[in-house]
Design a binder for this molecule. Structure first.
Ligand SMILES: NC(=O)c1ccc[n+]([C@@H]2O[C@H](COP(=O)([O-])OP(=O)(O)OC[C@H]3O[C@@H](n4cnc5c(N)ncnc54)[C@H](O)[C@@H]3O)[C@@H](O)[C@H]2O)c1
Length: 271
């Protein structure tokens, strides 16, 4: 018996990285999954790989029509909707004064408006299943460590991911009495296409691997996260194991938010 046995989930951004890991994990734990993404070339093969338990839908989560079609597909194909994992997102950064209107519009619409609209589309179906579900229906957002702290030159991204935490918290209180739990995972740097997309196109694979490994050195556990690390946290929050948890931002950060980091300089100063 899997931890999501016979539950039906929509995962946005399921064609790549964290969302793809979650789709594979949720199916392995007994769920039926609708993958929603704009990258059909990457998403369709994952659904094929996962067989009858998974279906792919072209979903730009900024589009109300796409979101409603994804929910209708979940209900038509699998009979219900129990879990919404709002995971799709993009990165964006640069010096604050250089952020263009287009860049700002794009990151707000993908990282904040999209999850907002997808949640609105899914709520009627989640309500239909919530009262009969042990642990309740579940909404999970992928925010970020930048949703609970900040770093320079990622301010547009940081603003949207803080916004996702506000969305999650407000909604958790609005929906608690209906047995719908709402939470967020907050990943540290995770080795996905998004992170590697920030690297120079001229770099070799080995240079990119080296850069990923190097950035892991500033994380207390000594490595960046892998997509499965984040998927495991989303699985927990989506499952009945988290039946008393709502309104929470769960850092999956290798210790980054625990306090002040021990650094080589500090170690040297201790002798
Ligand atoms: N990788 C990291 O270091 C990291 C850290 C913290 C949070 N996150 C968050 O994790 C989530 C997943 O990112 P990832 O790292 O797996 O990156 P990724 O690029 O591998 O996957 C993101 C997916 O979202 C899809 N997507 C983009 N715009 C979309 C839209 N408008 N509608 C539907 N799908 C869309 C992409 O096609 C892609 O498949 C994002 O919300 C991201 O902000 C990532």
């Amino acid at each position: 018996m899997g931890r999501l046995q016979d539950r039906v989930a929509i995962i946005t951004g399921g064609a790549s990285g964290i969302g793809a890991a979650a789709a594979r994990l949720f199916v392995a734990e007994g769920a039926k999954v609708v993958i929603g993404d704009i990258n059909d070339t990457a998403g369709e093969p994952i659904a094929t790989e996962l067989g009858d338990a998974c279906v792919y839908a072209h979903v730009d989560h900024r589009s109300r029509d796409d979101n409603e079609a994804a929910v209708a597909l979940a209900v038509e194909r699998f009979g219900r909707l129990d879990i919404l994992y709002n995971n799709a997102g993009i990165g964006s950064g640069g010096r604050f004064e250089n952020i263009s209107d287009d860049q700002l519009e794009q990151i707000i619409s993908v990282n904040l408006t999209g999850p907002f609209r997808m949640t609105q589309a899914a709520l009627p179906a989640l309500r239909d299943s919530a009262s009969s579900l042990e642990g309740g229906a579940a909404i999970v957002y992928t925010s970020s460590l930048q949703g609970i702290s900040a770093r320079p030159y990622l301010t547009p991204y940081t603003a949207t991911k803080h916004g996702v935490i506000g969305l999650m918290k407000g909604l958790s209180l609005e929906l608690a009495s209906e047995n719908i739990r709402v939470n967020a995972v907050c990943p540290v740097s995770t080795d996905t296409a998004m992170v590697r997309g920030f690297m120079s196109e001229d770099w070799t694979q080995a240079q990119k691997d080296e850069s990923v490994a190097k950035s892991g050195q500033s994380i207390p556990l000594g490595r960046v996260a892998q997509p499965i690390d984040i998927a495991n946290a989303a699985l927990f929050l989506a499952s009945a194991d988290a039946g008393m948890i709502t309104g929470t931002s769960l850092p999956v950060d290798g210790g980054m938010t625990a306090g002040i980091q021990d650094t080589a300089a500090r170690r040297a100063s201790r002798g």
